[in-house]
Design a binder for this molecule. Structure first.
Ligand code: N01
Length: 504
């Protein structure tokens, strides 16, 4: 394409908006719909991808599906009557989000194919200057919905750049590459890998699965909805509501306690062991996949097909550590080199060290990464941060869940942000940021609760923990408590600047 054509393809952005929303996943789309509903029309949503959907647009690997029940995986204000199964495959979730976006009438304020490069708070004018690949936008308020698991993390393995075969990350699947009859390696045995392995195993000539830590995998109680159920979802909304409530409360009543009481996890552990016994015939392989840490310490995975896939003749589980990747294969600590045509890295995402944190600059030009360097990722209520006026993060520090739906958390945060914007309007407030005291108290309480959980005491390393072993990613209490705490914007915990205050 010529420079002229490229310019024509670059979306045009307004110079100024009241609210800049970064990201068009569940968070950004949900925020846009709720802003619009509240009468706030002056906003812009920018996303580097080509459609709404966020993680459900980017993760298109074979077998990609959600391990949170379908009924919990839609906006409360836009129930999806079309789910085909109890756990939804990725294309259905992406299609749902696209449908919601189209029906909501907010898409005219979305710009796709635009990357946010930098965002800086301008203390003089009390605005955010957001630099994007399509120009700079000035905004009073910045809402970030950039996602907690959106930046693929490649493993740091000697020689990996010199590999001459096909290589890609699970979240950037190369659909143009045909795996049929190829020698393939998958690095990682997390939620992504265990969905990929059973899908590709029957196709490839040979598959090596590189396991560093055996995960706990319990059965996936997935089924297609019956015709009757689907009709009921469509025509009798109370039926779907009842399903949703039962699943929500079932999980809420049991699972948060489980993180504190290993005894409560005994049935899940038994299910994991039975899943191994059922899926794998070879005793040595059974032993190799049996985890040696407390269940729940890492995310609990669900699959009926992962263990049987490992049991196949054309699949090898490799537990020796990887020391090097050569141009044609993978070398393990025992000196063996396994030759391959394709290397799939299912090694997860940047979580406690989000790249975007280096590009969001608050007061005094300090980035989020600067501020977090010493004590780790932190915020007030997972949403606002001292030193970063008018920055609202959706799915910020300590908002992640293992047991329930992030959509519930996202909607709670959106309600909090809308309450903030309304109070700002009513009182002529131009900038808010949490007091350092409020933020410190919030985090002290979180970290005190964390110390007793299986995530800290379960004897594993996980993406939940930062380099200092602090859990700065998960919410340790019930989702119900989270919602209650964010119901109203608590202005009394904030430093407030009004329009009549002298400029800084
Ligand atoms: O990533 P992960 P993921 N050498 O970080 C291994 C959500 N999700 O993409 O355990 C060798 O969990 C690493 O080994 P170890 C869900 O929240 C949901 O799978 O660290 N191995 C691990 O096995 C999930 O938790 C769904 O020892 C290396 C794997 O790579 C989160 O996303 C589906 C390595 C990474 O696992 C992330 O899942 C998919 C190295 N250098 C994702 N580096 C569903 O809803 C890493 N590993 C179903």
């Amino acid at each position: 394409t010529s420079a002229g054509e490229r310019a024509a393809q670059t979306p045009s952005l307004p110079d100024r908006v009241r609210i800049f929303v970064l990201g068009a996943g569940f968070a950004g789309l949900g925020a846009a719909i709720k802003l619009d509903e509240a009468g706030e029309r002056d906003f812009l949503v920018v996303d580097k991808g080509d459609s709404v959907g966020g993680t459900w647009r980017d993760n298109t690997y074979p077998g990609a599906a959600c391990d949170v029940p379908s009924q919990l995986y839609s906006f409360s204000f836009a129930p999806n009557t079309e789910w085909s199964r109890s756990f939804s495959p990725q294309p259905e979730i992406h299609a749902y989000l696209q449908r919601v976006a189209e029906e909501s009438g907010v898409l005219d304020r979305f710009r796709f194919g635009v990357t946010v490069e930098d965002a800086s708070w301008d203390e003089q004018d009390r605005v955010w200057q957001v630099t994007t690949s399509a120009g700079t936008v000035t905004a009073d308020v910045l809402i970030s919905g950039s996602g907690g698991l959106s930046e693929p993390k490649l493993p740091e393995i000697k020689g990996i750049e010199e590999f001459t075969g096909e290589i890609f990350h699970s979240a950037r699947w190369n659909h143009d590459y045909d795996l049929t009859g190829k020698r393939v390696a998958v690095i990682g045995t997390g939620a992504s890998a265990i969905q990929i392995v059973p899908e590709i195993a029957p196709k490839v000539a040979h598959l090596d699965v590189y396991q560093r830590t055996a995960p706990w995998v319990i059965p996936r109680n997935d089924r297609t909805y019956t015709r009757l159920e689907r009709l009921a979802f469509r025509h009798l909304p109370f039926v779907q509501k009842a399903y949703r409530r039962a699943i929500y409360w079932g999980r809420e009543a049991y699972v948060p306690g489980f993180t504190l009481q290993p005894k409560l996890a005994a049935p899940a552990r038994a299910m994991g062991l039975a899943n191994i016994a059922k899926g794998i015939s070879d005793p040595a392989l059974r032993e190799a996949v049996t985890p040696h840490y407390q269940i729940g310490c890492k995310r609990i995975l669900i699959s009926n097909t992962y263990y049987p896939a490992l049991d196949r003749d054309n699949v090898d589980l490799v537990t020796d550590g990887i020391v090097e990747v050569t141009p044609t294969g993978v070398v393990t600590a025992d000196g063996t080199e396994r030759e391959i045509d394709c290397l799939i890295v299912a090694t997860g995402f940047y979580t406690t060290d989000q790249p975007i944190a280096h590009h969001v600059k608050g007061r005094d030009g300090r980035t989020l990464a600067d501020v977090w360097a010493e004590h780790g990722m932190a915020s007030y209520k997972g949403t606002t941060t001292a030193g970063f006026p008018n920055l609202f993060q959706i799915v910020g520090a300590n908002t992640g869940l293992g047991h329930s739906s992030m959509v519930f958390i996202i909607e709670s945060q959106i309600a909090y942000i809308l309450s903030a914007l309304e109070q700002m309007k009513q009182r002529d407030i131009v900038a808010v940021e949490p007091t350092p005291q409020a933020q410190a108290a919030w985090n002290a309480d979180l970290q005190r609760r964390m110390r007793r959980t299986v995530w800290s005491t379960g004897g594993c390393a996980s993406w939940y923990l930062d380099e200092h072993g602090r859990n700065t990613t998960l919410w340790p209490r019930s989702t119900f408590a989270f919602r209650a705490l964010l119901r109203r914007f608590d202005l009394e915990k904030y430093v407030v600047t009004t329009a009549s205050d002298a400029p800084a």
